[in-house]
Each structure stands twice: as C-alpha cells, then as structure tokens.
Design a protein around this ligand. Structure first.
Ligand code: G3H
Ligand code: 13P
Ligand code: ZN
Length: 284
C-alpha cells in the first residue's frame, strides 16, 4: 500500500477511542520488525525517523526501506519525520516522500513556533502531508530538576488553544511529565493538565517519551485523548537485548544475521505488545 497521511489514521483513532503507535526506525531490521508486528496485529502503524536517524541511515534509504515495507503488507503505514527542527529539514522529507512531518518549534518563543508551524502547513496541506507540532518542552530524563521547574516546561492549556487556533495544525505533541530515553525514577504524568488541554483543543494529542511509562498510565492518557504514542527507547532496548543474548550464547559468532535476526524478533515482540496496549490491534 502507498504511504498514508497520519491525520487520517488519528481521525479514525479519535472516533473509536484508541491510539496509533509511532515507532522510531534507524535501519532495515527495525523497519521490518515494526511492519511485521503491525501486520500480525492488523493495526495501522506510524514509522518515524528522527533527524539523527536520517543522518545515520540516509534520507533516501529511510524512504525506500519504509516504502518497500509498506508495499509488502496490507495494513496502512505512514512515514513521519520525528522532531524536525528546521523548515529545510521538513521540506527535504516532503520532497523525498514522507507522508507526514513534525515541525518541533517547542524551543522557540510562542509567536515563532506559530509562524514556523504555519509556514510548514502552507506547503504540506496541498500535498496531502500531515503536520504535527509541539508545545511545551518534553526534555530528557534529567531527574535532578525540581518539580516547579518541570512544570514550567509543561504545556499550558490556554496557550495550546491559542496555538491550535492560530496554526490549524493536525496534531499536537504536549509536555505533561514524560521524557525521552530511560526513566531514572517513576514518571509522574499530569493527567489534570491533559484533561484541560483536551477540553480546549479538539485535535488529536501526541504523547512523546512513552517508553517506560507504566501501562496503566498509557491507557489513562489514551482515555483522556492521546491518539499517537511515540516509542523509541523500548525498541532500542529490545534490539540490544537480542544482540547481547545471541552473543552471550555464542561469543565468537561471525555471522551478523545470527545476531540481528534475534534482535529483530525481540523488537517485533515489544512492538506487538505496545500495539495491543494502545488498543489499535485489529483497527487496520
Ligand atoms: O525523540 C527522540 C527519539 O527517541 C529519537 O532519538 O534523536 O537519538 O534518534 P534520536
Ligand atoms: P522514547 O524513546 O522515550 O520512547 O520517546 C520516543 C519519542 O518521543 C520519539 O519522538
Ligand atoms: Zn519525541
């Protein structure tokens, strides 16, 4: 199937009350694991690539790998740019065939974030490409930040309303206490804030930094309106577990397939688990 627009996937998710998994890829085995899992679960899926992934694998490689993957399955697959930080990067991805982009202006002042998001939408919309924006700072896993400092980075619900009305963006990534990477402590999500945002903002909400968030918190966030859940770190962990286990069994292995094959299986298993958790199983 040709690559699909993320807004279309999230609209169905909104109507039926589930979330679509958005999984980060960096190489062929990861792409294969994601589509194999989604196909087995009969679930729509978003494969996303960060600027770091593009730098590592090459833009054309990412697009071609995901196109081949999408062609080989019967479920809808979207290719999304994760955390695009410049207009140039976003344009390049559109030109190379991404079906969706994120313009992350979260580090900019509000008016500049609005301006760059609008500029991207002006180009993307006529091309049928969906756009995600970010408001609030999701950050890393620095657990030495005190609570009041953390809350200052969280998305302000009124500001979210202003932002969405001013830009007309398709989906919005928010900061409510999740962080990218492995958590050092237990993440504390601000569900009240999510509720307020959802009351004021009528578009699908995106949860970043979702690896390591307890299952019940993910489910609660979905009940409150999260429609796209981003997972990267859990895939990295599964990949490396597969590699380490294979090497532990045969330290002198010289065939990369004997190491990467088990890694791919580990990743498929975790992606299937997440798809079931998000409620998107059987929704293709
Ligand atoms: O949002 C961050 C993703 O986990 C991508 O991370 O920039 O190291 O590829 P990366
Ligand atoms: P995790 O690595 O914490 O799963 O975050 C992924 C993410 O938000 C990608 O944008
Ligand atoms: Zn993210």
């Amino acid at each position: 199937m040709p690559l699909v627009n993320v807004d279309v996937l999230l609209k169905k998710a909104e109507a039926e009350g589930y979330a679509v998994g958005a999984f980060n890829c960096n190489n062929m085995e990861i792409v294969q694991a994601i589509v194999a899992a989604a196909e087995a679960e009969k679930a729509p899926v978003i494969i996303q690539a960060s600027q770091g992934a593009i730098k590592y694998a090459g833009l054309n490689y990412i697009v071609k790998l995901v196109e081949v993957a999408a062609d080989s399955v019967s479920i809808p697959v979207a290719l999304h740019l994760d955390h695009g930080t410049s207009f140039e990067q976003v344009l390049k991805c559109m030109r190379f065939g991404f079906s969706s982009v994120m313009i992350d202006g979260s580090k900019l002042p509000l008016d500049e974030n609005i301006a760059i998001t609008k500029k991207v939408i002006e180009i993307a919309r006529p091309l049928g490409i969906s756009v995600e924006a970010e408001l609030g700072k999701i950050g890393g896993t620095e657990d030495d930040i005190i609570v009041s400092e953390k809350e200052a980075m969280f998305t302000d619900p009124q500001e979210a309303k202003t932002f969405v009305e001013a830009t007309g963006v398709g989906s919005l990534a928010i900061a409510i206490g999740t962080a990218h990477g492995q958590y050092k402590g237990k993440p504390e999500l601000d569900f009240e804030r999510l509720k307020k945002i959802k009351e004021l903002v009528k578009i699908p909400i995106v949860l970043h930094g979702s690896s390591g968030v307890p299952d019940e918190d993910i489910q609660k966030a979905i009940q409150l309106g999260v429609r796209k859940v981003n997972i990267d770190t859990n895939i990295r962990e599964a990949f490396m577990k597969g590699v380490k286990d294979a090497l532990a069994q045969k330290p002198n292995e010289i065939d990369p397939r004997k190491v990467l094959g088990p890694a791919r299986e580990e990743m498929t298993a975790i992606v299937r688990e997440k798809i079931r958790l998000f409620g998107s199983s059987g929704k293709a």
